[in-house]
Write a protein that binds this ligand. Structure first.
Ligand code: HEM
Length: 425
């Protein structure tokens, strides 16, 4: 793609080591100088980094499309740059009006009332993960981070003993170098395995429904006709990829930060009712999903920049969340910050469908770690982050020590064959 007419041109690579070393600084420099700019990498793309432009683009589906348009940038998941080899995801890769028919199907399973119904399940899996670590006095806290993966798998109705394969493969495609063996294993072995298992489960639930999300989905109507199993597959794969990595990223970053800020940790231990606002602030500050993409569908001048049909645009939620024009002291964590109109869940019609589920899991994980391992100390020299930080930011390994505690769940509370061992290391 030629850069002709596209300006200002900047050097920006959200997948580079340089970017991973200082994501906040890289976005700050861009936001302060060129909040809408063109990078020539990955076939060329716009990067939007201030709150105003990200907010505006995310709410303008006529110009900034989420659709998979193979003529622009080849096949693959369209909401990332470069595109990732995954099946089409519904509803995140659709535009209104088609989008609305599917989002209507997804909303009821992720509403606050629906999340309240699965609270016991979230508490059980969190308790079990902490149980698995608590007696030893030392652990990789990243293991607790399996909680969102296993909760999502259980919620959907997929076999819980396979949760690691789902977690590992979806994380790898977004965070591992594309030439690494881990990435290749994910794409060549794990994702096909998960796809086959999802398809089989969807067919089984269509024949014999149970009390799970897949059973609900297969019975839905779209525009007055029964939803197809392939459409259900697209939704389920999106729920897996939305559910497993993001909440883990949020909690992993919060745990490390709380180790470094013992005064705030003490405040949250003394008053867990502060957790709700604290989680909103962690969402803003850490922005687990750093940035997602759109495709320009109309010739337009956007914030002084000439955009052309087919141009790709990266919407940097993380950078918008640090914009001083929107947030006072944006680089400070203030767990009492309110209102907090962060864009960590996006904005507009595609705003995260799983936000209530994600926040409830994050709250349980943080609450249990703070209650049961209140003196945990992280060995900062042993931290390992996700290799790429361009889409999902977070820690892969968090070595920690703490005063040992007692298990809470009775033996047999979890089916045999389910292991809590960390899938990503
Ligand atoms: C901390 C946790 C989470 C973060 C930071 C997050 C972030 C996001 C963001 C930024 C979007 C907007 C996408 C766009 O505009 O292109 C989104 C959409 C979505 N998320 Fe989440 N998410 C989280 C948790 C979850 C969970 C737990 C689930 C489900 C199990 C989920 C499912 C979805 C779905 C289905 C969409 C697509 C919505 C649509 O297109 O209408 N997310 N998420």
């Amino acid at each position: 793609m030629s850069t002709s007419g596209r300006c200002p041109v900047v050097h920006f690579d959200h997948h580079s080591q340089e970017h991973a070393d200082d994501t906040v600084g890289a976005y700050r420099r861009l936001r302060e100088t060129h909040p809408v700019a063109w990078s020539e990498l990955y076939g060329g793309f716009w990067v939007l980094s201030d709150y105003e432009s990200v907010f505006e683009a995310a709410r303008d589906d006529d110009v900034f499309s989420s659709q998979r348009l193979d003529q622009y940038g080849g096949p693959g998941l369209s909401v990332v740059i470069p595109k990732t080899p995954m099946h089409k995801h519904i509803p995140i890769e659709l535009d209104p009006p088609e989008f609305r028919s599917y989002r209507k199907v997804v909303n009821p399973i992720a509403s606050p009332a629906a999340v309240a119904k699965v609270e016991d399940m979230i508490v059980k899996w969190t308790t079990w993960f902490v149980d698995e670590l608590i007696e030893s006095g030392e652990a990789d806290l990243a293991q607790v981070i399996g909680v969102p993966a296993i909760c999502t798998i259980d919620w959907l109705g997929l076999p819980v003993e396979d949760w690691q394969v789902y977690a590992r493969s979806h994380q790898a495609t977004l965070a591992e170098p594309t030439d690494s063996p881990v990435y290749r294993r994910a794409v060549e072995v794990d994702l096909p395995y998960c796809s086959e298992q999802m398809r089989q489960t969807i067919a089984a639930r269509a024949a014999e429904p149970r009390d799970d999300v897949i059973s609900y989905l297969v019975q839905q109507q779209v525009d007055d006709r029964p939803i197809t199993q392939e459409e259900v597959f697209s939704i389920v794969e999106l729920l897996v990829s939305g559910g497993v990595g993001t909440t883990a990223s949020l909690v992993s970053q919060a745990l490390v930060w709380l180790h470094e800020h013992p005064d705030v940790r003490r405040e949250l231990i003394d008053d867990p009712s502060l957790l709700d606002r604290a989680i909103e602030e962690f969402l803003r500050y850490f922005s687990p999903t750093q940035a997602l993409a759109r495709t320009v569908l109309q010739e337009t001048e956007f914030h002084g920049c000439p955009m052309h049909v087919g141009d790709r645009a990266l919407l940097a939620w993380s950078s918008a969340n640090r914009d001083p024009a929107q947030f006072t002291d944006p680089d400070e964590v203030d767990i009492h910050r309110w209102p907090n109109r962060h864009l960590a869940f996006g904005v507009g019609v595609h705003r995260c469908a799983g936000s209530h589920f994600g926040k409830r899991m994050a709250k349980e994980m943080l609450a249990q770690v703070l209650e049961r391992m209140p003196d945990y100390a992280v060995d900062l020299s042993g931290l390992k982050r996700y290799p790429r930080q361009g889409v999902n930011k977070g820690w892969q390994r968090i070595p920690a020590t703490f005063t040992p505690g007692e298990r809470r769940l009775p033996p047999g509370a979890v089916p045999p064959g389910v292991s809590a061992a960390n899938a990503r290391s």
